[in-house]
Design a protein around this ligand. Structure first.
Ligand code: NDP
Length: 485
């Protein structure tokens, strides 16, 4: 069985599917064909109200449950997601165009990891005791309340769980708005959570464009907003959250450096650069798109990269042999083609790719530019597509300065066999997520997030708990109360 692409209804609120066709229709397009596979309707004010009201009314009883009970439900949902991985992966492929060979191992499975990890941690959330002579202070780690999650289109299942799992583990409720481009998968996460026993109202999904997100953030019932999106949207969402002094997690864009020294293992470095530029057709926020290659290894790197890219199997994403799918939308494809034209115009050398293959759908060949300089548009702006820029460098000191010369700070990587140099480089990188001799893995056990313009807060790992709870400090007097008069 695979899921029908047309969902039961557009929204999932208070434990059930809800439809309201008064909202503006949103066509869901399969990127491999350009054909419409579903229609959902944007949330109307009545739908937004219903979602927020149900999230608010369910939250307090949920927070009052022992953590072990909350965790058990999340872990049950994780098991159900693993059992249904194939069907969920097919749906993710239809939603995003990413090849099934990827979605089978990186999307629903990552959502399950997140639910399992935070389900496991829910029972061990505690405050602390601070002794002050006979008096003492104890702290209670409490939920924030109603959290809003807003997702990007590149990892719809994963983002829905990366925000929902820690929020729920900590006793919050959530209203999640997926990207209008990929509205299907978050509904399945909601459905499975409730099937696993989550009480109604705790995880709601409503559809819509930016305006729906903005309406959610502006509501006084909302305690926190977690966004995965671009820096431009991040600025708007952060500003709107500031108006109500709300908590935020901002997972935004990047222009991350990947530094390859000439003592690196060439094959591993090429593999890392492929993972950091072409996985998910380059639509990954942490991609290492500025590939700095030391001059001694540059031509060998380019030659091997070109050979390896020739082995990419571009094709039908539902064919498990396919390893390179289309871009998510015609609009995103157009944006990336604009960057490629800019790269050529500004004098970068096109090594391979740069054009659409001769087939339907939003496909673009994996593209590599060499002789890229720091001031070129393709080296400065986030492209969010399968375009690698290779820049030359000579010394460690020079490359570190250039790697950090960006307003972004999401990720950074280094390939070298010099142990101390690897750690020196990582200490110097201005980025939240770093890699030595690997690239782009995001296990749930490790904190993930950015510095500088790339974001605020961390997702995954124990670190995420800090962003979904607040500390209440309780002073306990054990003796007389002295007062000045
Ligand atoms: P956008 O910033 O365009 O949109 C992100 C989400 O915010 C969408 O759901 C969008 O709705 C919504 N939105 C837009 N305007 C507002 C608003 N004013 N108020 C509230 N919500 C709003 O990002 P994309 O979907 O295009 O995703 C690509 C971007 O996401 C890239 O820059 C990428 O780097 C970043 N990203 C970051 C990651 C990270 O973890 N750091 C991971 C993945 C992606 P809609 O689009 O439906 O209109």
């Amino acid at each position: 069985m695979t899921y029908p692409t047309q969902p039961t209804a557009s929204h999932f609120i208070d434990g059930a599917y809800v439809e309201d066709t008064a909202g503006t229709p949103i066509e869901v397009i399969y990127p491999a064909t350009g054909k419409t596979i579903a229609t959902v309707y944007e949330a109307t004010p009545a739908i937004i109200e219903k979602a927020l009201a149900s999230a608010q009314s369910a939250q307090k009883a949920w927070a009052a449950l022992p953590g072990v009970e909350r965790g058990r439900i999340l872990r049950r949902a994780a098991d159900m997601i693993r059992e249904r991985n194939h069907d969920l992966s097919v749906l993710e492929t239809m939603d995003t165009g990413k090849p099934l060979s990827e979605t089978l191992v990186a999307d629903a499975t990552s959502a399950a990891d997140s639910l399992e990890f935070f389900g496991g941690i829910a029972a061990s959330l505690t405050g602390e005791t601070i002794q002050l002579g006979d008096d003492f202070v104890y702290t209670r780690r409490e939920a924030l309340g109603v959290c809003v999650g807003i997702g990007a289109w590149n990892y719809p299942t994963q983002i829905a769980a990366w925000k929902g799992a820690p929020a729920l583990a900590c006793g919050n409720s959530m209203v999640f708005k997926p990207s209008e481009t990929t509205p299907l998968c978050a509904l399945k996460v909601a459905e499975i959570l409730h099937e696993a026993g989550l009480p109604a109202g705790l995880y709601n999904v409503i559809q819509g464009r930016g305006g729906v997100g903005a309406a959610l953030i502006g509501d006084t019932r909302v305690a926190k907003v977690s966004l995965t999106g671009s820096v431009a949207t991040g600025r708007k969402v952060y500003a709107a959250a500031a108006e109500g002094i709300r908590n935020v997690t901002m997972e935004l864009g990047g222009k991350s450096p990947l530094v390859i020294f000439d003592d690196a293992d060439l094959e591993k470095a090429v593999s890392g650069a492929i993972l950091g530029n072409f996985y998910s057709t380059g639509q990954v926020c942490s991609n290492g798109t500025r590939v700095f290659v030391q001059s001694g290894i540059k031509e060998a790197f380019l030659a091997r990269m070109t050979e390896r890219l020739a082995g990419a199997k571009l094709g039908d994403p539902l064919d498990e042999a396919t390893t390179f799918g289309p871009m998510v939308s015609e609009a995103q494809l157009g944006i990336v083609e604009g960057f490629i034209a800019k790269g050529i115009e500004e004098g970068a050398r096109l090594v391979t790719g740069g054009t659409r293959p001769d087939r339907d759908g939003f496909y673009l060949l994996p593209t590599v530019f060499a002789d890229v300089t720091d001031d070129m548009t393709i080296a400065r702006e986030e492209i969010f597509g399968p375009v690698m820029s290779v820049l030359d460098f000579e010394t460690e000191e020079e490359v570190l300065t250039r790697a950090n010369d960006t307003p972004y700070g999401l990720a950074a990587g280094v390939f070298t066999n010099d142990l101390t140099r690897a750690h020196r480089m990582v200490a110097g990188f201005e980025a939240g997520t770093c890699y030595i001799n690997h690239y782009n893995l995001a296990p749930v056990e490790a904190p993930f997030g950015g510095s500088k313009l790339s974001g605020v807060g961390r997702e995954n790992s124990k670190a995420a708990i800090e962003y979904y709870t607040q500390i209440k400090s309780v002073y306990v007097g054990m003796g007389d109360v002295e007062a000045p008069f």
